[in-house]
Design a binder for this molecule. Structure first.
Ligand SMILES: [Zn+2]
Ligand SMILES: [Zn+2]
Length: 221
């Protein structure tokens, strides 16, 4: 992956059978960090934090799906750290984590977020500040984290390289997803690199030029 310039560093750690991109993010000034979407495979995540010498101070969540947050409550309890995110509208997904976990073979445990996020909030990691954008569509409570100085966004299952998030789940909404992408992601700037929930990184400019669902040509058609 392309490493953003310090003081932010990131390591992408695909977890669970869904190969969900958990991101270990940290502030090099303080060596304090976070896991964004620690869905599962906790021993590997904790080993990665130790390997990089990062002290985890909180967990950040993009949305309530099992592969993104099934094990978040378990990890928060183990580490004694708070959970921030997602938006409260994903409560119904978090409430079903035990059942979904059993279905997909991922340890799933419902939890209460220590801080539900809303559009315009800020989330800090060490000395880094991330802007929070509410991006519903894939799930109603999906949020995205943006670190403007590093031109980096963590977009969960809103947008992928060459694709977009599914909207056929309960309370999914295709138009909401399109609006989230075009009105909340594109304004972050074409040179913004993004970590999607699955698969390789890309930039917003690349997606506007080539994405068959939300590229400029596709939306103009
Ligand atoms: Zn999802
Ligand atoms: Zn996912």
């Amino acid at each position: 992956m392309t490493q953003p310039t310090p003081p932010l560093r990131a390591a992408i750690l695909p977890v669970t059978a869904f190969q969900q991109n958990c991101t270990l993010l940290w502030c090099t000034a303080t060596m304090r960090g976070t896991f964004v979407d620690p869905g599962g495979d906790l021993p590997r995540l904790k080993a990665a934090a130790a390997e990089h010498g990062v002290t985890i101070e909180k967990i950040l969540l993009t949305h309530g799906h099992i592969d993104h947050c099934g094990s978040a409550g378990i990890l928060a309890a183990e580490l004694g750290v708070p959970i921030e995110g997602p938006h409260e509208d994903d409560r119904f997904w978090i409430a079903r984590l035990t059942d979904d976990g059993a279905k997909y073979g991922i340890p799933g445990k419902p939890f209460e977020s220590d801080r539900w996020l809303v559009d315009g909030d800020e989330a800090t990691v060490g000395e880094l500040t991330f802007a929070v954008r509410h991006c519903p569509g894939h799930t109603p409570g999906h949020v995205v984290f943006h670190h403007a100085p590093s031109k980096l966004a963590l977009v969960g299952d809103v947008l992928f390289k060459g694709s977009i998030g599914r909207t056929d789940f309960p309370r999914g909404n295709h138009q909401d997803l399109i609006d989230s992408i075009t009105q909340r992601l594109w304004p972050m700037g074409g040179d913004t690199h993004f970590v999607p929930g699955h698969g390789p990184m890309s930039t917003f400019a690349h997606e506007r030029a080539t994405n068959p669902f939300v590229g400029d040509a596709a939306l103009a058609a």
